[in-house]
Write a protein that binds this ligand. Sequence first.
Ligand code: MG
Length: 388
Amino acid sequence: MKNICILGSTGSIGVSALDVIVGNPSGFKILALSAGKNLKLLKNQVKRFRPKVVSVINQNHAERLIEMLGRPLKTKVLWGDDGYREIATLKDVDMVLSAIVGAAGLVPTVEAINAGKDIALANKETMVMAGSLVVELAKTRGVKILPVDSEHSAIFQCLEGHDKKDVRKIILTASGGPFLRLPETKLTEVTLADALKHPNWKMGKKITIDSASMMNKGLEVIEAKWFFNIDVDKVEVLIHPQSIVHSMVEYKDGSVIAQLGVPDMKGPIACALSYPERLADVIPHLDLCDVGKLEFFSPDFKKFANLRLAYLAIRKGGTTPAVLNAANEVAVEAFIKGKISFIDMPEIVKGVIHSHQPTEPQTIGDVLDADRWGRSKATEIVERISVS
Ligand code: MG
């Protein structure tokens, strides 16, 4: 029996993880949950899973949740940064599923690693922003970090039982998103609704927009570098619209090992939660006759500048990936609010990373400083663009 804490239980990954756990009640116990603002769903989760502790974004939400839950209340309700910290480091928790979206997921994840908890990592930003520090910290604390991102889960599975020194390259597949076949000139006209129509995966808003702009894949390239301790020149992106091959590893003898499955996040979530065991009947059977064909193309780095910028950021190194991520979060937020157009997003990221002088972060505080710097720089550009 593994005791689990889920950071971000009302998001798309959190909900799928709870589904996996419902299907395997003897394997897991939910000790703690955290959510942002979706109190209605959190209330239902508390009633169903009876965690010891939950945490929400602020005191006001905590009071409302307590009222919604009614009495007698056996679940302790916490809030804010202290609340997230407390549940991430809770004594009896064996594994923390880190599924908060964005930079906000970094600090609680680092706290959990520091407290010696194994991590199922869905929050990309932990590795993107602070990869070098996080990898080092996990090593010192003897913590396992298991990938939940489908591509990294695939690579992790393809590497099992092999020697890392035999790896020639890692091939990250990408669906290409909703604009794969749209001519580059038409990208100027795409709307928020268009960007939110992902062809294969059901995900939250932020990551769906990142998939449409290919920033998601860019962040995954950086994440792969840290997860698998590999030079970024050995990480390749391959467009694969069917999202059946979740990623591949090519070995020095020319042999390629791929991991396949229907595109359902429950697969990688279950793989991380139950590692090294496998759970039964997690995702539907993959019928390759039904799929029919699997296509592969090279990515268009000119049309999707974000992908190029992500490679640039990791090559510049130091604080640059944290700044890239911060600028992108600001840009996506501005796009969601209708302040800027789709093609403005990579322009903002580009402007910010080109004006950044990277340093090598020594602490998470340094990373957070870079994050703040990137946000304020990006906000300046958004304001300039949105008034013109
Ligand atoms: Mg992914």
